[in-house]
Design a protein around this ligand. Structure first.
Ligand code: GLU
Length: 309
């Protein structure tokens, strides 16, 4: 066991919380701007069912970019890697998550990976179903299965707030449509994508999903293979290479845990074969990662030797 008790975890949270004053809450999605910048909470889920936590772990957060790992897993299961990777690449970009730059210089205009917005929009486009509602329900059911929690839902206010202001993502969609990477109605795709990003849960459920990915797709508490081993492997690899935006290289060196962050301040960690981590700390650094969340992971990784490398 790396960290034995919630008490130990609380001390690390208080140490890491000092960093929140150097970060800023994302407000380009207006509803996210309401978050309390001093907030910091964490849950760790172990395969034996033990769960330790610190901070206000009942607080719900929207997944934002963390959802990109789950939508990728779903479309890989639905359509297989060949189909998916014909339409979205496997390489990190080194650019901010919402950049359009590489789409213009790459031919064909296939997004470089599924963790940047352009790539995630293509992935969401591939979710099967006849209507937005049907596609969203399939994704939501899959999230519920991974979290083993049928009450997980989405925050309508955050979804609407993003939908109304998502002009950069609209631009990415029109660019992708012009280059025939996607072919559906842009408003419809954005409706689905913003609902996906607004799926919300607490740190415990986030940690549970991290555990399932870390345990090669098996939920050790139910014995169920929630996603195939090979797809869990692909998810973990993208989390290492592209999960922490254009800070993924430094994060891999300093911390060494497959992780995915979102602009809501969430971070999901999947320590291979060991446990899952769910963090919420809405004050972000300049790259869009939870500033205190990263500090907390750094403390955990150093204190308990968690780096996989
Ligand atoms: N919904 C957000 C967007 O597309 C997700 C970005 C993120 O969490 O990195 O801008």
């Amino acid at each position: 066991m790396p960290c034995q008790s919630s008490e130990e975890l609380k001390a690390l949270v208080e140490e890491a919380r000092k960093c929140t004053k150097n970060g800023r809450v994302a407000d380009y999605i207006p509803a996210l701007g309401k978050a309390n910048p001093n907030e910091l909470s964490i849950a760790i889920y172990y395969p034996d069912g033990r769960c330790i936590s610190a901070g206000d772990i009942e607080e719900k957060i929207t997944l934002q970019s963390i959802s990109k790992v789950i939508s990728l897993a779903l479309v890989l299961m639905d359509r297989g890697p060949d189909y998916v990777f014909e339409r979205v690449g496997m390489e990190p970009t080194g650019d901010p998550f919402n950049s359009i730059a590489k789409l213009e210089t790459t031919t064909p205009a296939k997004p470089l990976n599924p963790m940047i917005n352009a790539g995630a929009l293509v992935v969401t486009h591939m979710i099967k179903g006849n209507t937005v509602e049907e596609r969203f329900q399939r994704l939501l059911s899959f999230v519920q299965e991974m979290a083993n929690d049928s009450t997980v839902s989405y925050c309508e206010e955050v979804a609407r707030s993003e939908f109304e202001t998502a002009n950069l993502n609209r631009a990415l969609c029109y660019f992708l449509k012009e280059h025939k990477i996607i072919n559906e109605d842009v408003e419809q795709l954005l409706d689905l994508y913003t609902k996906q990003c607004a799926i919300e849960m607490n740190c415990l459920s986030l940690a549970r999903i991290g555990m399932v990915i870390g345990m090669d797709g098996v939920d050790p508490l139910t014995g169920k293979q929630v996603l195939p081993t090979d797809i869990a492997r692909i998810c973990k690899t993208f989390m290492v290479t592209c999960g922490m935006y254009n800070a993924s290289g430094e994060f891999a060196i300093e911390i060494g845990i497959p992780a995915k962050s979102g602009v809501s301040g969430g971070i999901m960690g999947a320590v291979p074969g060991r446990f899952g981590i769910g963090i919420f700390g809405p004050a972000l650094d300049e790259k869009g990662n939870s500033i205190a969340g990263i500090k907390l992971l750094e403390l955990l990784s150093k204190n308990y030797k968690l780096s996989m490398f």
